[in-house]
Design a protein around this ligand. Structure first.
Ligand SMILES: Nc1ncnc2c1ncn2[C@@H]1O[C@H](COP(=O)(O)OP(=O)(O)OP(=O)(O)O)[C@@H](O)[C@H]1O
Ligand SMILES: [Mg+2]
Length: 234
């Protein structure tokens, strides 16, 4: 579905990623793991077109993304839920969700997508007229994932969805992601909660210093002594 080959990207003169090669197949859930500053968010931003790649290639369903603008990449069905739970605080939950379906491919199915999001996240239905800024952290996380779903994504990219959540909300978030994956959406999941992430995804890539240093099936990574020592505290 999506394939990155030798992708590099910079912020001005700061080289943030230098050699990212990875793929996510149709219907797959894949993890992107690594320590702070490894280049995980930058990889997602480069896929979304928010950051231009300086070398390498990204193709989505066979199409080269190099010349496309962010909104055109969105239109292809790539949803990016960035880190930090950015809701529009002065707008209601409902309005925040509607914004997620501004793209033409999503707009025509807005009502059906809303039903789906409210079914997956009943809490959002209950609170649909509440101002988003007054929702709890966990509720805001559900809202931004829901907003991503409003695009009817083929590929849903989630950047650290469990960060800062209580253990209970963290469980809920992972359950919901699993549910979304089971509906057939491909997922690229950035997580620092490595053990939880590996229990959800089938395969994962480990990034360090802007490069992929390891990749494999989740079970193999969980059993890998290097991964255990660096990320699992074993
Ligand atoms: N806006 C920016 N300007 C300059 N450098 C940046 C910017 N954003 C990120 N970087 C640098 O790019 C590198 C990769 O950052 P990135 O945010 O992709 O890491 P990350 O793996 O997502 O880390 P974290 O787990 O802390 O979110 C880091 O060295 C970081 O300092
Ligand atoms: Mg990040």
């Amino acid at each position: 579905m999506i394939e990155l080959t030798g992708v590099a990207a910079s912020y001005g003169s700061v080289k943030a990623i230098s050699d990212i090669t990875l793929r996510v197949g149709e219907g797959e859930a894949v993890g992107l793991l690594g320590a702070n500053g490894a280049g995980k968010s930058t990889t997602l931003r480069t896929i979304s077109g928010l950051l231009k790649l300086t070398s390498g290639k990204i193709t989505f369903m066979g199409q080269d993304l190099a010349s496309l603008l962010p909104h055109q990449i969105t239109e292809l069905g790539i949803a990016h839920v960035p880190e930090g739970r950015q809701v529009f605080p002065e707008m209601t939950v409902h309005e925040n969700l509607e914004i997620g379906s501004y793209a033409p491919r999503a707009k025509i199915d807005r009502a059906r997508s809303l039903d789906l999001v409210y079914t997956i996240f009943p809490k959002l239905a209950e609170r649909k007229d509440q101002l988003a800024g007054t929702m709890s952290g966990g509720e805001q996380q559900m809202l931004v994932v829901g907003r991503g779903l409003m695009l009817k994504p083929r590929l849903l990219m989630l950047d650290e969805p469990s960060l800062g959540l209580s253990p209970v909300m963290c469980d809920v978030t992972f359950e919901k992601i699993q549910e979304i994956h089971k509906m057939g959406t491909s997922i690229l999941l950035v997580e620092q909660n490595v053990s939880r992430a590996l229990s959800l995804v089938q395969r994962a890539y480990v990034l360090e210093g802007g490069k992929v240093i390891m990749h494999g099936q989740s079970q193999d990574l969980l059993n890998n002594p290097q991964v255990q020592a660096a990320y699992l505290g074993i």
